[in-house]
Each structure stands twice: as C-alpha cells, then as structure tokens.
Design a protein around this ligand. Structure first.
Ligand SMILES: Nc1ncnc2c1ncn2[C@@H]1O[C@H](COP(=O)(O)OP(=O)(O)O)[C@@H](O)[C@H]1O
Ligand SMILES: [Mg+2]
Length: 396
C-alpha cells in the first residue's frame, strides 16, 4: 500500500495544500510555524477519528472552531487521500474523501466516499458513499467485469453522523477498499517519542511487537526481538556498536518481581549500566533502530526532527535506514532542521513549507529550477538550505 497524494483544506494553517507524487521517503523542511507538525497531525487526526469518532478527534485538538482555518469557519475541513492498494488482485488507485462540517454546533461527516476506476477506462466509481450518517456501500467490488447495474448496493445507516463509514464497514472483508483503508489508517505511526518515557522498568506482561508512539514500551519490544527475531536484534546491536562509542551490548533483563529493564554494556566496565544512566542519544539511537528494523513495517511512519540528540555524522546512515524501511514497504515522512541530514537527502525526496498570508504552501525541491541546477552540479541539499534556497513562496 502506498500513499500517493494528500489534499487538505481548512485544517489549521493547511488551508489548501496538496502533496502530489509522494515518494516512499519524504523529507519536509520549513521554518517554525509553517505547518510541519500540523501536516503529521492530519494523519493522527484521521486515526483518532477512525478509532473513536470525528467529535472526539476534534475535541482533543480544541474542537472544530479551533481546528478549522481562521477566517474559513463556515467551510468544511477536507482531507482527501489517494492510495495505491491491491484489491481483488489488481492494483488500484483508491481515493478516500472526507469532509467534516459543523452543523447546529455539532461536528458531522458531511461527505465520505471511496472511489476507484473499475477498469482502465471510465470515471472513478464510488464504492462507498455516505453523507450525514447514511449512504451505501458496494458488496461485490471484486466483480470487475459486471456492468455497473449488477453491483450490489447495500444501504446503511450509521449509529451517528460523526462516525466514519469505513470504521463500521471496514470490519467486513467484503468491503475490500474500506477494510484496506481502515487498516492503513489504524496502523500508521506518528512518532511522539519521549526519551524519558522509554527509560525505566516496565511491566513484563504480554508480547509487544511494535514500538509505541511515545516509545514507553522500548524494553518490551527489545525483548520481543531478542526472543523471536534474534537476527534482527543482533543487527541492531552491531549498528549500536558502530555508532555509539563504548557500547558493546544491550540486554533486556527480567527482574524477579516481573519487570523488564534494559541494560547497556560498555566494553570498558564489567557491570552493564541501567538505561536510566545511559545518555539520551544512546537511548534514542537504540529506539530508532528498534523502530526501523521492525520485522513488520508500519504502512506509514512519520517522525519529527529525528536528528535531535544524535551525533551529526550519523545522519547519512540514518537517512539510509529510513530508505531501507521504505523499501521494505513502509513509507517514511520526516521533518528536519538538520543540514547534516539534508545533505544525505535526494532532491526528489525534499518538500518544503512556507507561510504566505497566514497559510501554508508546499513546494517540491525538484520543481525549483535553481535547486535542480545546483544539485546537478554536485551541490547538496543541506548546503543549499543553509544558503536560504528554501524560503521563497514562489520558486522560479
Ligand atoms: N485554526 C488555525 N488557523 C490558521 N492557522 C492556525 C490554526 N491553528 C494553528 N495555526 C497556525 O499553525 C502554525 C503551527 O504550525 P506547526 O505545524 O506547529 O508548525 P511547524 O511544526 O512547522 O513549526 C502556527 O503558526 C499557528 O498559528
Ligand atoms: Mg513543529
């Protein structure tokens, strides 16, 4: 599954933006307040709307009037995704369209549809189409050869107008696109990693395969890799040894009272250190390695400023690790202020954000003739960025 484009309207500073031709590894640059965090939060918002409902997703962000772009209070918030996904053995470009409005003081789904072309020709067909709590879904999507009138439409009424149709219908396998999309939205990972949360002893009940967004389950995921994917764990260790001077090993340890702790071994000393006494950068590097070597990559991974706490010379390897992850099937989006990281980034991977009249505009580095020319001559993205190339709202 691959996210190909995103259109956003009236979501905070993202009054009207479109990301097109999204690469499998994408890097966002832009001054403070240009909307990088907001863009990632659109993904978090969709997931919250799916796991709870639209009202809850808005409430936790200060409610509709706070989230909708200032000066556009009477317009709906719109998010439209285009995702390439296999449906009934064919690869399809599926559009998911979601419009949220405020009616009589309550947020509701004004329109929600899923569409894709049934064959190589013709207009995209709506396989699911809902408005204000009711609509229809097609139950025999896989019958591509049947004429439109033979498709089975199932009329449905949702429990309330602030619930996403893909939430209910997505649970049923027969709604192919809805269930694939639901899985995508549920499983993307918008990192909110806190070193302090990752440290310390953790209850050791149950297996945890994926690092959580805050990273608080780091010892448990490390233990899972140690026990069930030893090759992956060993690969992580060997990278730690190369990158963090002195580190010779990391060991998950189960205490007698049923807690898990991580110990970091320094070649110079006999007794390993508790994670609590290890540097921030060491914990962070270990956490990124655990995240990026996940045997089952997330369909989409968003990370803000991954450079923080890490040594600048490690940025090239980190960029390569993001790319490896994206090659294994998980798309990666990162924001950065690091010239060192940018120096390891290709022109087609860079998108930059600027604010114009209070709202965000998004540009692709590859569309700027000057930047293309300098990169062709062997320059690097980080140097160009430092020289102020990514500031203008209107590239040549
Ligand atoms: N409802 C809104 N309408 C318009 N702009 C908003 C709204 N809510 C927040 N903003 C603006 O969005 C910006 C925050 O962007 P943010 O995503 O945090 O930027 P970055 O992560 O790039 O530093 C701020 O400048 C803030 O004023
Ligand atoms: Mg930010």
């Amino acid at each position: 599954m691959e996210l190909k484009s995103v259109t956003i309207r009236n979501f905070r500073a993202l009054q009207n933006v479109q990301l097109r031709d999204i690469p499998s590894f994408m890097v966002l640059v832009g001054a403070n307040g240009t909307g990088k965090t907001t863009l990632f939060d659109v993904f978090g918002f969709l997931r919250d709307a799916l796991t709870g409902n639209v009202r809850q997703a808005l409430d936790s962000r200060g409610r509709f009037p706070e989230v909708v772009t200032r000066g556009h209070e009477n317009e709906p918030i719109l998010v439209e995704l285009q995702v390439r996904m296999p449906i009934a053995k064919f690869s399809r470009l599926v559009t998911y369209h979601l419009e949220i409005g405020l009616e009589q003081g309550r947020p509701i789904v004004v329109r929600e549809f899923l569409s894709y072309k049934r064959g190589s020709y013709g207009a995209p067909y709506h396989f699911l189409d809902f408005s204000r709590g009711s609509g229809y879904a097609i139950t025999n999507e896989e019958d591509f050869r049947k004429p439109d009138e033979d498709l089975n439409r199932e009329e449905q009424v949702l429990e309330s107008a602030d619930i996403l149709a893909i939430k209910g219908l997505g649970q049923f396998q027969r709604f192919k696109a809805a269930s694939a999309l639901r899985q995508l939205l549920e499983n993307w990972h918008v990192s909110d990693f806190h070193i302090s949360a990752a440290r310390g002893r953790k209850e050791a009940t149950g297996v945890m395969e994926h690092l959580s967004e805050t990273g608080e389950n780091l010892p448990r995921v490390a233990q899972y890799l140690y026990e069930s994917h030893r090759d992956v764990f060993n690969e992580i260790l060997s990278r730690m040894q190369q990158r963090v001077p002195g580190i010779s090993g990391v060991e998950p340890e189960l205490t007698q009272d049923g807690y898990l702790i991580l110990r970091f071994r320094d070649g110079t000393f006999k007794t390993p250190f508790l994670d609590r006494y290890v540097s921030d950068g060491t914990i962070k590097m270990f956490a990124y390695l655990v995240l990026l070597h996940d045997p089952k990559p997330h369909p989409l991974l968003c990370i803000e400023e991954p450079e923080n706490q890490l040594y600048p010379t490690l940025m090239g390897e980190l960029a390569e690790e993001f790319r490896d992850y994206s090659r294994r099937g998980g798309q990666v989006m990162v924001s950065t202020h690091s010239p060192d990281l940018l120096n390891a980034i290709r022109i087609e991977e860079v998108y930059w954000l600027v604010k114009a009249e209070g709202v965000t505009q998004i540009r692709r580095a590859a569309d700027d003739r000057q930047i293309v020319k300098y990169m062709d001559e062997g320059d690097k993205m980080g140097y160009l960025w430092k020289q102020g190339f990514f500031t203008g709202a209107n590239p040549a």
